[in-house]
Design a protein around this ligand. Structure first.
Ligand code: GRG
Length: 280
């Protein structure tokens, strides 16, 4: 299974890199530099958790990977833009991401801002270009997950939650929006492309919500020590032990949703336990 995941990561890496290399753009020096800035962050060693999730959903539903790769790339572009903007001095002001200098440290703040803008916009161009009659539905799904009703809304709550302690329910809501929505859409969008039935989409949506939340809880456990006093983290609110118990509970509930879909969900179950134990 590890071998399959690493093959899928390579598949996504190749697709993302060649997509950006081959886009038709004006050949002005500044625009070529902007494309470099987009590529720098989009091909900079991310785990590719969201695209791998989409590809495994495609496998479950017997859908060819080639049909999913453009969608998975669109979601990864939005994820990449959010990280570039999140690292900017006006947000988290981070110098290092994935062990390398952040986008603005290499290309400057204004080009980092533009690289994020261009990745966000390109995501929707991909959906419009590759998915014929399904484009509208996919654009609606991704807009809801990425914008004010999803990731950006969650980021707004996060920024304003600076000083006020949140309840566990409020923190869960924040993370369902900020991190969970894009992970859920990786599952649901792939299911839609793969012609899933209404009942499969229903159970996969529940699975997507569960793994999105589990991903964030695992992230807080990984960051424990750095932000254990932070009221916007599960470890900050609950402590390490209770957060670990919450991760285990969320992971097993998430497995339960999978079992209602089919008896061929072992690979997606592996991703749940990979997340439970991940060190990156
Ligand atoms: C700035 C619009 C805007 C949104 C920012 C998602 C987000 C919203 C900020 C990222 C902050 C953060 C560290 C959130 C925790 C969960 C998370 C999304 C981690 C990073 O995702 P990974 O682990 O990253 O999938 P890689 O590097 O593997 O791609």
């Amino acid at each position: 299974m590890e071998q399959k995941i690493s093959t899928y990561v390579n598949l996504v890496n190749d697709y993302v890199a060649s997509y950006l290399k081959s886009i038709e753009i004006p050949q002005a020096e500044a625009i070529l530099e902007l494309r470099d800035s987009m590529s720098y962050s989009a091909t900079n060693g991310g785990k590719r958790f969201r695209p791998v999730l989409s590809l495994l959903v495609a496998d479950l539903l017997d859908c060819p990977k080639e049909k999913i790769l453009p969608f998975a790339t669109a979601v990864e572009f939005i994820h990449t833009y959010s990280l570039i903007h999140d690292d900017l001095p006006c947000m988290d002001n981070d110098d290092i991401r994935r062990g390398k200098p952040t986008n603005h440290k290499v290309y400057g703040e204004s080009f980092a801002l533009l690289a994020g803008d261009a990745l966000l916009t390109e995501a929707f161009l991909i959906l419009a270009k590759f998915y014929d009659v399904k484009s509208g539905e996919l654009i609606k799904l991704l807009s809801n997950a990425a914008g004010i009703r999803g990731m950006v809304g969650g980021q707004a709550i996060d920024l304003r939650a600076n000083k006020n302690p949140l309840s566990v329910a409020e923190l869960t809501e924040l993370h369902n929006l900020k991190t969970g929505a894009l992970i859920r859409v990786s599952v649901v969008g792939a299911a839609l492309i793969a012609n899933a039935s209404e009942s499969q989409i229903h159970h996969l949506t529940k699975f997507g919500e569960g793994i999105g939340l589990a991903f964030q809880i695992a992230d807080d456990i990984l960051d424990h020590g750095e932000k254990d006093q932070d009221v916007r983290s599960f470890t900050g609110l609950l402590g390490l032990e209770q957060t670990q118990a919450l991760l285990d509970k969320t992971s097993s509930e998430t497995q339960g949703f999978l079992r209602q879909i089919s008896d061929r969900t072992q690979e997606l179950e592996f991703l749940i336990s990979f997340n439970q134990k991940r060190k990156i």
